[in-house]
Design a protein around this ligand. Structure first.
Ligand code: M6R
Length: 366
């Protein structure tokens, strides 16, 4: 059932090229310039008339929501707020009738997300679900939705659910950009084509497995680890840190790279590994100067870079290369080596990768 892999998590990491394709199949037609999902088409006016989109989720799904905040705001120019479902539901939130709420949940059973949906509905919002489990409570409770087609995710650490959630949310952003005329046609076409190429680029990103394993061997005993990223890759830094802490029990924190100066820099010494997500877009020069600041304090840099990069390579202790793509799609690629890195560290520390201590696959109690 693990398909020859040692763990479900590894199998699910390797399934990402095919499940991303399954998720956009029938919905994305780059040759025709079309992105369409029935749930969005049927409610297109609600989306295009929205003054604001609220995304509610927990954990990894909340990280996918954060990526979507950057993508939807950039493409469709609709303000987006991303909320932890647990905070949203207990805050007497302000919800306007023309708000669109998007609830993101792999399992479709997360108690806080479900309660937040009920509250948003009571307050008159239109609620759209992005779920992986067909017929789940959240998929039934929402007004409409679009499924991710990740297939069953067994490993407690979410991997393929995350990248397929980003795929659906990016398609929504593109559809809204087209409907609102907020993106020029050549950028729109380029994004459709690039999204179609993502599965083969994820396949290529999976070839970082060996280098991720080597790096894992060097840092497996580190007590702490920092993850830094900017823009679209700030949420990937959060997700990378969550993956490491939940399966290897190493304390890890994700930060927007520029926030380093506002506190975390005090932690840096020769014992601190710092994973820096530094694709050639995403404020590359700024990230390079963050790397210089870390090196000046003897921190150890593990950098995720675009293939062919030379500038970061000259500074970093280790580099992991991923293929080039359009800026907003980089999270789909930068995530891959971070999943592999946590996986190998957890295996080397003899942790229970698929069922980490204290965690359940879906949190059905608040
Ligand atoms: O099923 P959901 O997407 O609603 O679950 C939300 C979180 O519990 C989940 O993403 C959790 O953070 C993962 N175990 C992280 O890997």
């Amino acid at each position: 059932e693990k398909g020859g892999y040692d763990h479900f998590m590894l199998k699910e990491i390797y399934e990402q090229p095919s499940v991303i394709k399954d998720t956009y199949r029938g919905r994305l037609h780059a040759d025709k310039g079309i992105v369409q999902m029935a749930g969005v088409e049927d409610n297109l006016e609600k989306f295009t008339n929205a003054n604001r989109i609220l995304i509610i989720a927990c954990g990894t799904s909340w990280h996918a929501g954060l990526v979507a905040e950057y993508v939807i705001e950039e493409f469709a120019r609709i303000p987006v707020e991303v909320e932890y479902a647990s905070e949203f539901r207990y805050r007497n939130p302000i919800i306007y009738p023309d708000d669109v709420v998007i609830a993101v949940s792999q399992s479709g059973e997360t108690a806080d997300t479900l309660a937040a949906i009920k509250l948003a509905k009571e307050k008159g919002a239109f609620v759209f679900g992005v779920c992986n489990v067909v017929g789940s409570s959240i998929s039934r409770e929402t007004h409409a939705g679009a499924y991710t087609h990740a297939g069953p995710e067994i490993g407690v650490a979410s991997t393929k659910a995350f990248t397929t959630q980003i795929t659906v949310l990016t398609m929504i952003a593109l559809r809204l950009a087209k409907a609102k005329g907020t993106m020029n046609n050549s950028d729109y076409q380029r994004y459709l084509l690039e999204l179609e190429l993502i599965p083969e680029k994820v396949e290529e990103a999976l070839q970082t497995n060996e280098v991720a394993k080597t790096i894992a061997g060097i840092y497996k005993d580190a007590p702490n680890c920092l993850y830094l990223g900017r823009g679209y890759n700030f949420p990937v830094a959060l997700e990378g840190a969550l993956k490491l802490k939940e399966i290897s029990y190493i304390h890890a924190e994700g930060y927007p790279a520029a926030e380093m100066k506002h506190g975390p820099i005090a932690l840096i010494d020769e014992h601190m590994p710092i994973v820096v997500i530094a694709p050639k877009q995403n404020h590359y020069d700024k990230v390079v100067s963050n790397i210089q600041e870390i090196k000046a304090r003897s921190g150890k840099i593990i950098a995720v870079v675009t293939k062919g990069d030379t500038q970061v390579r000259a500074l970093a202790d280790h580099v992991i290369e991923i293929p080039d793509t359009s800026e907003a799609l980089t999270p789909l690629l930068t995530t891959i080596p971070l999943q592999l890195l946590s996986y190998h560290i957890a295996v080397m520390r003899e942790c229970n990768v698929d069922q980490p201590r204290n965690l359940a696959k879906s949190v059905t109690v608040e």
